[in-house]
Structure formats: C-alpha cells, structure tokens
Design a protein around this ligand. Structure first.
Ligand code: ZN
Ligand code: ZN
Length: 338
C-alpha cells in the first residue's frame, strides 16, 4: 500500500510502499477513502510542538474509510461499516476524565497520525472503540474535514456556552473557521468573521456570517468594538498576536476560546491581568472533541445544517498540498482521495 511518511522533521514527506497492516486485538483495518489535511499534520511533520512524534510515522487524523477486517474481540464495528479515524485514537477508558465525558483530556491517550500511524495511506489500523461510525447521509469527502475541523470547532462553540443573539467573533476563516462560523450561527450567535483574505471573508458571508472584518486593512479590535464588542472570540489562527487581538475585542463577561496552536518558537500570548479581572473575562482552551461530539457533528451534517468546503488532491501531491496550506492558497480544506 502507499503511505506518505515523515522520515525527518526537516525533509519532505516520502511516498513509500508498505505492507497492509494486520489488525490486532480490539482493532479494525480500514481501507481509507478520504483523509483531510489539517494544519496539525504540518506541525507534526515539522516537529513544531513541545511533545514531538517519533519519525518515521504516517500523519493524518481526518481519515474516513471502510472496515475491511476486524481483529479479535471487536464488537463496535463490522466489516463494511464506514468509519472516521479522529485525532483521539485511543484513551484509557477508566480515568476520571474518560468516565466523565472528557476522554479528550485522558493523559494516556494516543493520537492518530502523531503517536500512532494515521490515514495518509491506503490502509490504517485503529482502536475499534475510538473509530466513529459515519452515517449513510454523509459523503466521505465531507466526512473527512468534519472529523477534525468540524468536531474541533463544534466543541469550541459548545464550551463557549453561546446564548442566542450573543456576538461571536471567529478569528481565522479556513478549514476550521468556515465550520466554526456555521456552528456559532446554528446556536443563534451573531457571527463576526475575521480574516486577512477578502476571498475567505466572501466565503464566510455565503456560509452565514453576519459581519466580516479584514484584519489586513482595518484594526479588528476597533472594528469589533464598533459592533459593540464580542461576547465570545474563538481563535483558530496560529499567530500569538491574533489571540491578543481577540482578547482585546471582548466585551465585559466575554469568553476567549483558544483553539489554534502556534509553533512553540513563536512564543506565548500576553494575557493582561487588569482587564481580565475587571472585565470578568474567561480564557478557555479547547482541544478537539469526543466520539459523541463527532457523532453529533455527523448528525447535523446529515440533516443538511452544515456545508463543507473542500477540494481533493491525490496522495502523490502531499508535499505540494502542504505548501498550498502554508502559503494560504488552499480553499477551506484539502482532502486526499485515495
Ligand atoms: Zn486536526
Ligand atoms: Zn483516560
């Protein structure tokens, strides 16, 4: 089978011919149909984050495909089922986080395309209990971006506890942002989309944004203040200064939801304590979502409540696809079609 492999943090990915893996106890073998390219895959390939993966490894945590074989003891899925392989590839299942619906915080978790081989390949094996069924009403091309970009932003909207008519600013309209604004809209938010590309802001308007702000041509903080300030700011960009702008755009009682993960060398965001205290600001970190969150994301999509904007690429073009994302030339999401 073909697999796109990270052999070193400083080299392009290598397309290798590898044997099809055999599912062990509790695992399924999945023939991958589609796999989205997430910014996290690029950070993984470059070793950008404090906890690094160990090359050689196969990235990809938006894999969608068909179960072709099951290992001993699998009860969650059957051969022929379509499943998604998300970032949360495995958790312990019995710690306080796991049993209280916060499996995404499990300290013993394994991550697809990072600590275990992911879906930039024709086949992948996965823990059957953490593979999520894709309903028939969801196209595999749409299911791939929903598996990370969708569930991550859906969860960010959930933890922000948005009430109808609250103003919600989304910083960064790309693979994540174009879905974030739809979820914010679904829960009744008045949505302000912030980006530096007029094309992406046009897309945001098509998808339901009530206001758009081009941060390349106007100061987003004063533009949002002019709208009355944001009750919630969700930051999907990977630049620390954008988090600071988002913080400054909040009104009293506001919530800053941090999702984007800048490279470690770009440094921390500055959090001014005086306004945090006086304005009663909450700062919330939000990481992906649970299996239940992903099932809800798929259900909403099957109901026709969300639109996924994506273009396909072939796995052979993995390195040029990465360049497209890094240079901001990609449409909302790129998806490898196997
Ligand atoms: Zn991701
Ligand atoms: Zn656990």
């Amino acid at each position: 089978m073909r697999a796109a492999v990270v052999t070193s943090f400083t080299e392009p990915l290598q397309l290798q011919d590898r044997p099809v893996p055999t599912p062990g106890p509790g695992q399924v073998l999945v023939r991958i149909e589609t796999s989205g390219l997430c910014h996290t895959d690029i950070h993984a390939a470059h070793g950008d984050w404090p906890v690094k993966p160990s090359p050689p490894f196969v990235p990809g945590h938006e894999g969608v495909g068909i179960v072709e074989a099951t290992g001993p003891g699998v009860t969650a899925h059957e051969v022929g089922d379509r499943v998604a392989l998300p970032w949360l590839g495995h958790a312990c299942g019995h710690c306080d986080h796991c049993v209280s619906g916060w499996e995404t915080l499990c300290v013993r978790q394994q991550n697809t395309g990072y600590s275990i081989d992911g879906s930039f390949a024709d086949y992948a094996v996965a823990d059957a209990n953490y593979a999520v069924r894709v309903p028939d009403g969801v196209d595999p091309l749409d299911a791939a971006p929903l598996t990370c970009a969708g569930v991550t932003t859906y969860k960010a909207v959930k933890v922000a506890h948005i009430r109808p008519a609250e103003k919600v600013a989304i910083f960064g309209i790309g693979g994540l942002g174009h879905l974030a604004l739809q979820y914010a809209h679904l829960v009744g938010g008045e949505v302000i989309a912030v980006d530096v590309s007029d094309e992406k802001l046009g897309l945001a308007r098509d998808l339901g944004a009530d206001h758009t702000v081009n941060a390349a041509t106007e100061d987003p903080v004063s533009a949002i203040e002019a709208l009355g300030g944001a009750d919630v700011a969700i930051v999907l960009a990977v630049i620390p200064s954008v988090f600071e702008q988002a913080f400054a755009s909040l009104r009293r009682g506001g919530r800053l939801v941090c999702v984007g993960l800048p490279p470690e060398q770009d440094g921390p965001m500055k959090l001014p304590l005086f306004p945090t205290v006086l304005k009663g600001i909450s700062v919330i970190g939000s990481i992906v979502g649970t299996r239940q969150d992903l099932a809800e994301v798929f259900d909403l999509h099957a109901l026709g409540r969300t639109r996924v904007i994506a273009e396909t690429r072939s796995l052979e073009d993995v390195n040029s696809a990465i360049d497209e994302v890094l240079e901001g030339r990609a449409p909302a999401r790129l998806v490898f079609e196997m």
